[in-house]
Design a protein around this ligand. Sequence first.
Ligand code: HBI
Length: 366
Amino acid sequence: MNSRSAPPKLKILILSTPVGALGSGLGGGVELTIANLARELRSRGHAIDIIAPTGSELGDLSIIQIPGELQLTAQTQEQAASIVMPGDPVLANMWAKARSIEHHYDIIFNTAFDWLPFYLTPFFDRPIAHFVSMGSQIAAIDLAINRVAIDFPGTIGVCTRTQAETFSFADLCCVVGGNGVDPAVYDYCETPEDSLAWLGRISPEKALEDAVAAADRTGIKLKIMGKIQDPLYWDKIQRDYPHAPIEYLGFLPTHELQQSLRTCRGMLMTPRWVEAFGNVAIEALACGVPIIAYRRGGPAEIITDGKTGFLVEPDSVEGLIAAIDRLDEIDRADCRHAAETVFSQSAWGNLVESWFYQLLDRKHAK
Ligand code: HBI
């Protein structure tokens, strides 16, 4: 498109993660990614449709609901795992639907971290922008992504540079950010109470036990919010720390989540894996809550050490405790400012929108 005319409004088809219905919490950060992106792009005049597993709901967004069996989560499988599809795979059913309606759209936005959408890419007419939401998990999926990165340049989007570097094809990835928050949705809190927060799927790769250990040692109450994805893991943590001052508040919708989050002195992020981004970090910033995180993956690219939180030695509970003692050094207004600028929904919308236009220009140039 020439530089004089305003870029056209797009018809965008978003394909959700197949590990859970939108709103179930099983899709983790991808649920918020889809919700925020759909809202931001619609506010810019683009038309958005979403294909997701049956039972999905996302506020006022219309969703094409597809039946079928949920896909196994990638992060619970080994690097050498074969690609496994259940008998009636919702993933395949979602992509069959996409194939049947693709010509009504200008571009497809894939958020599934699965082999099939990458394998299917050459069979589609419309360009597919792949949002890769995790670092390397399974070699067979990496291979499929690598194939697309080579054959369809520019179509592999990642959240952060460190996430890209978990793949052999890091230089073929486009860093498009992982999410953006609408500051109007979050209530800034200037004067916190003496408590800490931990947010996320309760699953081993998130290492909640380290945050509980820090609460146990400091005696500061830890409010825990998120989906209990691994109940046995959660039971073990409670058995290992019977006297830790922890309170599980459940898997909360954004409004309730931030009412509990905003009054905390700080939020702990303890990823054992390379967190691709860290949606919960920008939600905390929007409330004015500084973040203490392991210097690993996405959070290390979101937090400005000493300004919006602290980055500590990975897997070091001592490091968490030392940083907790320094939380009062952080000006909470700096946290809020980061969410209103760099990590705002509109800043992220600019990144993704220009990514889409680049892919369409490239497609038209062929
Ligand atoms: N696993 N197989 C699979 N597919 C996904 O789309 C997926 C996943 N595990 C986790 C996940 N998506 C999201 O929670 C994270 O990418 C944020």
